[in-house]
Ligand binder design. Structure first.
Ligand code: GDP
Length: 217
């Protein structure tokens, strides 16, 4: 029996960060283009899916996991982190504590996911900063230093107005895809190199390649 899929790759993406920073609103805005006002906090984990067509025509099915920022649900949520290829790490631009906690969330991501996950830091509620610049409690410089230190992507967004919501999400997905392409290319180059070695110098040499860190004349 054959199964027909409407996508090329399935990406699991985590939305993570303190409670009330806007994760659910962001996801709702992205998927339905509406903001949920005064909604109840997310209990445990929920996910939504959306197909994204990349510039080269590749279709990514993004499975977006909205995790609860509450300690109470941590054990439920961390079990769902596995196999995530990307994460949106949220803080609220008007709430310094949510930014300070981002470092803990980052550790949490790295502790429960595989190496190579692409992470974007999101400074949300940008509309409040636009309305009143003194509402900003985290400077762009502070955020930039953080992302440089931990090699993250960064965007400031508003789940309320939709500012940068689509851009943030799709930049993350594009970056995951590019990274995977690069890795795949690296792997096939390595494979081709090993085949060449095999032809040139017999089987034993190919086994040595990985052991000796790739040096091989
Ligand atoms: P979560 O707990 O991280 O999922 O946060 P929610 O999405 O439930 O949002 C918490 C509160 O912040 C809700 O009252 C939202 O309406 C509000 N909110 C979320 N994003 C924004 C935003 O970008 N701007 C403003 N002004 N309010 C927001």
């Amino acid at each position: 029996m054959t199964t027909v899929t409407d996508y090329d790759f399935l990406y699991k993406i985590l939305l993570i960060g303190d409670v009330r920073v806007g994760k659910t609103s962001f996801l709702t805005k992205y998927v339905k283009n509406t903001i949920n006002r005064n909604q109840a906090p997310t209990l445990g984990v929920e996910y939504q899916t959306q197909n994204i067509v990349l510039q080269d025509g590749t279709i990514i099915k993004a499975q977006m996991w909205d995790t609860s920022g509450s300690e109470k649900y941590k054990s439920i949520t961390t079990a769902h982190y596995r196999k995530s290829v990307g994460a949106l790490l949220f803080y609220d631009l008007t709430d310094k504590t949510s930014f300070q906690n981002a470092a803990d969330w980052l550790r949490e991501i790295h502790d429960h996911t595989e190496e190579g996950i692409v992470i974007m830091l999101i400074g949300n509620k940008y509309d409040l900063v636009l309305e009143d610049p003194s509402a900003r409690k985290v400077s762009t410089e502070e955020a930039t230093n953080f992302v440089k230190k931990y090699h993250l992507l960064y965007m400031e967004t508003s789940a309320k107005t939709g500012y940068n919501v689509k851009e943030a999400f799709e930049t993350l997905v594009e970056t995951v895809y590019e990274e995977q392409q690069k890795n795949q290319q690296g792997n096939s180059m390595e494979y081709a190199r090993q085949i060449k070695l095999k032809k040139d110098g017999g089987q034993n040499k190919t086994e040595d390649v990985s052991q000796k860190g790739g040096c091989c004349n």
